[in-house]
Design a protein around this ligand. Structure first.
Ligand SMILES: [Zn+2]
Ligand SMILES: [Zn+2]
Length: 272
């Protein structure tokens, strides 16, 4: 089946050179029902201030113009955003979301105590256990203070980089972080925030998406109903990467549908 890819970046993001037209063209080649651009905004990015700024007016107007030119009955294009959450940015994020209209808002943790797990320094003064724990704790404390977003991006993003530096045996087990992960999932449910299944993990050589089946199952068990799906593409070849694995995985976990956001409202799509 063809799944809507609801997480991707183009040249409006500090870490992508892809033109949105190329992304759209590739999505059409793949016969996806739709895509949502979710370019990065990480205000106050500690490492290189300004690297993940976003020219929001130009971004929205360019994507909306392209939607008008390229949308068809069977293919839709939406303009969302991936917000890099930090506790001191709550007021700024609220104001921003009142000012600009996005179709979908992903909330993601890219910085923990002014460090990005993407870089080796995150692991230099943490053991593996602390590296996971600090990341999950950061998600929880951010959701507690700010929950005006639609889906939680890549819940165990940190795993990609821990495994890259410490090997596959540094994978984690849900049971070792059950307390904090359950709290995160319960908060998502309470605030009507979806859980994202991010297949970008497959490109990093991982066997599960972020997060994997055990957490997806637990989310359902706790009453969670909304899953968004995204490949986190930063170039056309990455669009819908690994999506073939998703329907069986979600069905095994007990889901019969996934969610797409339109004007920040969830729409349920049947998993065929
Ligand atoms: Zn992200
Ligand atoms: Zn992303």
């Amino acid at each position: 089946m063809k799944i809507w890819d609801a997480h991707m970046h183009c040249y409006f993001s500090g870490d992508s050179n892809a033109s949105p037209v190329e992304m759209i063209t590739q999505a059409k080649v793949l016969h996806l029902p739709g895509i949502t651009f979710t370019d990065h905004l990480d205000i106050d990015y500690y490492r290189n201030p300004g690297e993940f700024d976003l020219d929001i007016p130009s971004y929205i107007s360019e994507i909306n113009e392209l939607s008008q030119s390229f949308e068809t009955e069977d293919f839709k294009i939406r303009c969302g955003i991936e917000l890099g959450l930090q506790e001191h940015l709550v007021e700024e994020h609220k104001k921003l979301l009142e000012t600009y209209h996005f179709q979908e808002v992903i909330g993601s943790i890219h910085q923990v105590q002014k460090e990005d797990p993407y870089y080796p320094e995150y692991l230099m003064h943490r053991d593996v256990k602390t590296a996971y724990q600090d990341y999950f704790d950061a998600i929880l404390s951010n959701i507690e203070v700010f929950h005006d977003f639609d889906t939680l991006g890549h819940l165990d993003y940190v795993k990609r980089y821990i495994i890259k530096s410490a090997g596959l045996e540094a994978d984690y087990a849900y049971k070792d972080y059950k307390e904090v992960i359950d709290e995160i999932l319960k908060k998502l449910i309470r605030y009507d925030i979806a859980l994202e299944i991010n297949t970008g993990a497959f490109r990093h050589g991982l066997l599960d998406p972020n997060p994997g089946a055990e957490i997806i199952r637990r989310y359902l068990q706790l009453g969670g109903q909304m899953l968004t799906i995204g490949a986190d593409a930063h170039m056309p070849d990455h669009i819908a990467y690994g999506f073939d694995a998703i329907p069986p995985l979600l069905k095994n976990a007990g889901f019969t549908s996934y969610t797409v956001f339109e004007n920040r409202k969830p729409i349920e799509v049947e998993l065929k």
